[in-house]
Design a protein around this ligand. Structure first.
Ligand code: ZN
Length: 500
């Protein structure tokens, strides 16, 4: 078969797989958003069937044969097609080199570990979770070994899985210098006599919050003709460019949580809506990795959403919708509440200044778990010691310490660093955007986000997965991934605010 038709056959298969993955995704979305409580058993078997179909098709020998033939005459393909083949090979190997019995053991272990984690967390009893985490970790190492990564390198396998091209050796010095840089911001904030006002927000009706949020997301550029916003317990974004699903939650006593969660998810959604539709299923239509995805959500949430420029436009509208609730709140108080900084033991409650410390702690522990330096039974003590070192506090219980996150129960190792790498990248992109669009902040203050979105479309979204994480940053900003822009941004935003 000539190489052109082999390539077409491959991309057709990849498109079919993308459609199957989208069906899986939709079932998951529906389960979180609108599945009736007694319907779960039916959903479990539907999801299992689609997962089985996906696995069978994605690991089919026919795809393996196509890839081998294309690789044999790779140089006859153009650069884009070569990239698509290489990425498809990576994904294919990751599936077929893992024996089905290992995949089955992992699925069972993750499910058992998730339920054990929930019970352990509720009673703050790590011993209930420890044996499960032991199994999950050992299976994760086994999976990495199937792909040729063992010992400390197994952790690199997971980092690369979430953020192509990254290794622990690369990430480590970035985190160290970020930790050092935070020392030039955080003490000043914590020692400031200026404290974020407490109990400022009361009784913000949900329907009005939703109206405001829909207004904001529409203006940011989210295309509601190809997407939705619904309610859920834990906000997320799923779907694909033609059907992007955002979810949020409402708390009448904490409206900023709903607002910023929604802007965050919208950032993910805007990235998704900007990926090349015609390339769906191939690397050219895919997102780069979690760090780049997170850079998009964080940029809209923090650099844009928490800025003075943003609130210059939105504050009058916010007050119009909540005249009584905001009657006693000055503009300065509102802005300070939006940019409140406080040390907390809980990662998901952390602000953008202290958040990265939570990630550094997890990164350190994950490396030790993979290298074998740290035994599972010693995890709570190690967590608490590191917490004291990085956050300056010891959690009052394991529920607020090593049992707080769901990630490890599902074997999601190497995922946490993406959050901080995304923060770094967001700040680097923002610094570049301000240089290249000097009027961006005055546009934002006018409620005009179009130049910003076009810039992201042109420089990030349209490339799909053409570049790996660091190459994308280097190409777009002219510098490798680094914490310098994040430190500069945090100093510029927070020091004036907390300078007395
Ligand atoms: Zn996110």
């Amino acid at each position: 078969m000539p190489i052109a038709s082999d390539y077409t056959a491959l991309t057709n298969s990849l498109k079919r797989l993308a459609s199957l993955a989208q069906v899986q995704d939709l079932l998951g979305w529906d389960e979180q958003v609108c599945l009736p409580p007694e319907s779960h058993p039916a959903r479990a078997s539907q999801s299992a069937l689609v997962a089985e179909l996906y696995h069978r098709e994605a690991s089919s020998p026919a795809i393996g044969d196509l890839l081998s033939r294309l690789e044999a005459s790779l140089s006859a393909l153009d650069a884009d097609a070569q990239l698509v083949v290489r990425d498809a090979r990576r994904n294919y190997d990751r599936l077929v080199r893992v024996p089905p019995e290992l995949a089955a053991r992992q699925a069972a272990a993750h499910s058992a570990a998730y339920h054990a984690w929930k019970t352990a967390r509720a009673s703050s009893d790590f011993s209930l979770f420890a044996p499960h985490l032991e199994t999950v970790l050992s299976l994760a190492k086994e999976r990495a070994a199937c792909l040729g990564f063992s010992g400390a390198a197994a952790y690199d396998f997971y980092l690369d899985l979430h953020d192509p091209g990254l290794t622990a050796t690369f990430v480590k010095p970035l985190f160290s210098s970020l930790k050092e840089g935070l020392k030039s911001v955080l003490p000043q904030i914590l020692n400031s006599t200026r404290k974020p006002p407490a109990g400022l927000f009361k009784d913000f009706p949900e329907d009005r919050q939703e109206r405001f949020i829909r207004d904001v997301l529409t203006r940011l550029g989210f295309d509601f003709s190809k997407g939705r916003l619904d309610r859920t317990t834990h906000p997320f974004c799923s779907g694909h460019p033609l059907d992007t699903r955002l979810t949020t939650r409402y708390d009448e006593q904490n409206p900023l949580d709903s607002l910023f969660s929604s802007i965050h998810e919208c950032g993910h959604g805007l990235y998704q809506q900007g990926l090349p539709i015609e390339q769906q299923g191939t690397a050219l239509g895919d997102y780069v990795g979690m760090a780049v995805h997170e850079s998009q959500s964080r940029l809209w949430e923090n650099q844009v959403g928490r800025s003075r420029a943003f609130w210059a436009f939105w504050e009058p509208r916010y007050r119009e919708l909540f005249p009584h609730q905001l009657a006693g709140v000055s503009s300065d108080q509102l802005y300070l509440a939006i940019n409140a900084v406080e040390i907390t033991p809980i990662r998901v409650d952390a602000d953008e200044v202290t958040y990265n410390l939570h990630i550094m702690l997890r990164f350190e522990l994950e490396q030790r778990l993979f290298s074998g330096d740290l035994a599972i039974k010693d995890l709570p003590a190690a967590w608490n010691a590191l917490s004291l070192d990085t956050l300056g506090l010891i959690p009052s219980s394991d529920k607020e310490g090593c049992l707080q996150d769901v990630h490890w129960s599902g074997g999601a190792f190497g995922y946490f660093p993406s959050y901080t790498l995304g923060n770094m990248m967001a700040a680097q992109l923002w610094a570049t955007i301000r240089r290249q669009i000097p009027a961006v902040e005055s546009q934002i203050a006018q409620g005009d986000f179009s130049a910003l979105l076009s810039w992201l479309r042109l420089n990030i979204h349209r490339h799909g997965k053409r570049y790996d994480t660091n190459t994308l940053v280097q190409t777009v900003t002219g510098e490798p991934l680094s914490p310098s822009a994040l430190i500069a941004y945090l100093r510029e935003r927070y020091l004036p605010l907390y300078s007395y």
